[in-house]
Design a protein around this ligand. Structure first.
Ligand SMILES: NC(=O)c1ccc[n+]([C@@H]2O[C@H](COP(=O)([O-])OP(=O)(O)OC[C@H]3O[C@@H](n4cnc5c(N)ncnc54)[C@H](OP(=O)(O)O)[C@@H]3O)[C@@H](O)[C@H]2O)c1
Length: 250
């Protein structure tokens, strides 16, 4: 589970551990929080570990699946949750911003799906003929409800959504690939708690997603053996509405 030390990733990791999954907690900078989350996950499901990797670095990303396998003996799923979320728009857009978002939010998830698929194929070849894996890619309702803000972030998630279709076909029958697209779920440094609470009500259901909604959807996507190549939108219907700006810019 990537980016699992804190915020939404931590809630998803704990929900998975409560459901019995033994979860490797990936982090980049949040070492202390990653150790705490791993300890709580281990208390819930018996084992966990914290693994660091910087997704700007391809070798670092590629090391993650083998390190998780070395710890647990095998790996059944990858949840691609880590994400770079920095503002740009058409005026500030540059290759540096685009490349940073594509590396973190698109390239790393694809490399991890590739690594899981290779691992599952090795297990099948070694006689574990029913070995199967699953990848969950965290997307964003804003792909279905676009505005000019966060251009590079949105492009990187749109590419990941498209990759979900291609990977679902390429990695079948051994690995399923499912997108989970939250709506506005947590406040950020760009959004006060008060403003967040107002924006959270702006959806057809009168509430966007909370962390428990998103976490239970990830658990469902990993459990259900027939879902692949599609995305579950968990956003109170925000994707059905039109917003002129990103929530954090409103
Ligand atoms: N929060 C929301 O309301 C919301 C709404 C829609 C979609 N989503 C999606 O849900 C997921 C989780 O959201 P969030 O707000 O909890 O995410 P976040 O706090 O913005 O980021 C999660 C983690 O990603 C890791 N990360 C960022 N860049 C990295 C890199 N280059 N290499 C390795 N790790 C990196 C960071 O780990 P360290 O702290 O260890 O450095 C960070 O804690 C994301 O994919 C996001 O796009 C969230």
């Amino acid at each position: 589970m990537t980016g699992a030390a804190r915020r939404l990733g931590r809630d998803i990791a704990l929900a998975l551990a409560r459901a019995g999954w033994q979860v490797a907690i990936h982090y980049r900078d949040s070492n202390e929080q990653a150790q705490e989350t791993a300890m709580e996950c281990a208390q819930l499901s018996g084992d966990s570990t914290a693994l660091d990797a910087d997704f700007f670095n391809e070798d670092s990303v590629r090391s993650l699946v083998p390190r998780a396998v070395a710890h647990f003996g095998h790996l059944d799923a990858v949840v691609n949750n880590a994400s770079l979320f920095e503002h740009d728009d058409v005026n500030s857009f540059c290759y540096v911003a685009l490349e940073a978002h594509l590396r973190s939010n698109t390239g790393a998830p694809i490399l991890l799906a590739q690594g899981l698929h290779a691992h599952i194929q090795e297990r099948v070849a070694a006689g574990e003929e029913h070995a199967r894996g699953a990848v969950v890619n965290m997307l964003d309702q804003k792909l279905w409800n676009q505005n000019p803000d966060f251009l590079s972030y949105t492009l990187s998630k749109a590419a990941l959504e498209a990759a979900g279709t291609m990977l679902a076909l390429a990695l079948a029958p051994h690995v399923r690939v499912v997108g989970v697209a939250p709506g506005l779920t947590l406040p950020s440094h760009l959004l006060s708690q008060e403003r967040f609470e107002t924006l959270h009500t702006m959806s057809p259901l009168g509430r966007s997603s909370n962390a428990a909604d998103v976490a239970s959807t990830v658990c469902f996507a990993l459990d259900n053996q027939s879902i692949t190549g599609t995305t579950l939108l968990v956003d109170g219907g925000q994707h059905l509405q039109r917003f002129e700006r990103d929530f954090s810019m409103m």
